[in-house]
Design a protein around this ligand. Structure first.
Ligand code: S3P
Length: 449
């Protein structure tokens, strides 16, 4: 066995170059690893803790940049949140509708979940004024998907480009309940409207075209909100004038982070990894279904339920992957895993088609264009489609200079591709991984034997 050489170098401008040199022979990935806490659940635990009465205790919080942005914003709104760590974070809630008016702009950093969910809460605080912004990436991402339905509820929100882009200004109002038919399957849109509905005088319903992740629904119920779900129509209804009570939340490992290891061990011959304590909520397991269609060897062990979320250990052994078509209702259940699936498809036999995923164009980067450009620099054969990609598999990749475009999932996907590329790959702006996976490089070094 021989290890890959993995070196992280900080540049003069403060950004990191991650260099990965694959040995000419004998690399395999082995071990039992843990991945950091689920990002979606971490955000929601901090937010619901902040608007609940009493104390919330969070175990296993993700210490990534995104949840840090959420904690920062909700502290400015009046919640007492202890220092962030994975063991135990305490949130002293202030009760629904009790935000203080912050003296400065609320900065959501790179986090779409922070800004969009928070907007629903801010808009429903009558008499208070808020301003919100984010980093370069977030300020270019569409906000009208939440601004428009909030305006239907009587919200007052202003921003650039017809109220579509942050910075946004919000004059809180007494909102009215609505039934919103969302044109996109988006958990951020759904959650924003449900959170706004908590502080209205009636029932608010969101119907979506396909089911998106349901962590808000699960956690709102656990905190005491009255919620009804119609699975036939993908509709959720929340009852207003809600009272939420602090809870104990245990955050499972993030399946979106586990996905890098599932693909890495699948494509590097002779590998066997166990990723322990991974959240396997059915609204998130599209990646397991897609990899299984591709012939991956993944077993779910030790299945259990922890604090209202299903959890399992995932054992993965290397196997020859084959192509497949990924489209339709599965897309929202694996939307964040498409960059790493593109890497898997590069090493699969045949041509993989990904469709119905135009949402990728408005993530932390345009993940269709960026993934195609960067992987093609290494010899990949990816053709962009308006709503996805066509990936010709069976390609031998060659090490190259590539760039994360400050998108965490792009940077980490390229690092996994580098494990199966000849020579040396340098990933520029690799520090982006810290958004969702701060110790990605150390786990990478640990599993490469
Ligand atoms: C998230 C929802 C998804 C996902 C994002 C996290 C959430 O976004 O891509 O990483 O926590 O609600 P959309 O709601 O825009 O699909």
């Amino acid at each position: 066995m021989s290890a890959a050489v993995i070196t992280l170098k900080t540049q003069e401008n403060g950004s990191d170059n991650l260099m990965i040199q694959r040995p000419t022979a004998g690399l395999s990935l082995q071990g039992r690893i843990l991945v950091p806490g689920d990002k979606s659940i971490s955000h929601r635990a901090l937010m619901l803790g902040a608007i609940a009465e009493g104390e919330t205790e969070i175990q296993g919080l993700l210490l990534g940049e995104d949840p840090r942005s959420t904690a920062h914003c909700f502290r400015a709104l009046g919640a007492e949140i202890s220092e962030l760590n994975t063991e135990l974070v305490r949130v002293k809630g202030i009760g629904l509708g009790n935000f203080q008016e912050p003296l400065d702009v609320l900065n959501a950093g790179n986090s779409g979940t922070t800004i969009r969910l928070m907007l629903g809460l801010l808009a429903s605080h009558p008499g208070r004024f808020f301003t919100v912004t984010g980093d370069d990436s977030l300020r270019s991402r569409p906000m009208s998907r939440v601004v428009k339905p909030l305006q239907q509820m009587a919200a007052e929100i202003w921003g650039r480009k017809d109220n579509n882009l942050a910075p946004l200004a919000i004059q809180g109002q007494a909102l009215k309940p609505i039934h919103y038919h969302s044109p996109i399957a988006s958990a951020q849109v759904k959650s924003c409207i449900l959170l706004a509905g908590l502080n209205t005088d009636g029932k608010t319903t969101v119907t979506e075209p396909a089911l998106s992740r349901d962590h808000s629904e699960r956690m709102l119920r656990a905190f005491g909100a009255e919620l009804s779900i119609d699975p036939e129509t993908n509709s959720v209804t929340v009852t207003g004038n809600a009272k939420l009570y602090g809870q104990k939340v245990v955050v499972p490992g993030d399946i979106s982070s586990a996905a890098f290891w599932l693909v890495a061990a699948s494509i590097v011959p002779g590998s066997e990894l166990v990723v322990e304590n991974v959240g396997v909520n059915p609204t998130r397991t599209g990646i397991l279904e897609a990899l299984s269609m591709m012939g991956a060897d993944i077993e779910m062990e030790n299945q259990r339920e922890v604090a209202g979320e299903p959890v399992a250990d995932l054992r993965v052994r290397s196997s020859q992957l084959k192509s497949c078509t990924i489209a339709g209702d599965i897309i929202p259940r694996l939307i964040d895993e498409i960059p790493i699936l593109a890497v898997a498809a590069t090493f699969a036999e045949g041509t993989t088609i990904i469709r119905d995923a135009a949402e990728l164009r408005v993530k932390e980067s345009d993940r269709i264009t960026v993934m195609a450009q960067q992987l093609n620099k290494m010899g990949g054969k990816i053709t962009e489609l308006p709503d996805g990609m066509e990936i010709t598999g069976g390609t031998a990749l060659v090490g190259a200079e590539v760039d994360s475009h400050t998108d965490h999932r792009i940077g980490m996907s390229l690092a996994i591709a580098a494990l199966n590329a000849s020579g040396t790959t340098t990933i520029h702006r690799a520090e982006a991984a810290a958004i969702s996976y701060p110790n990605f490089t150390s786990t990478l070094t640990e599993v490469c034997r």
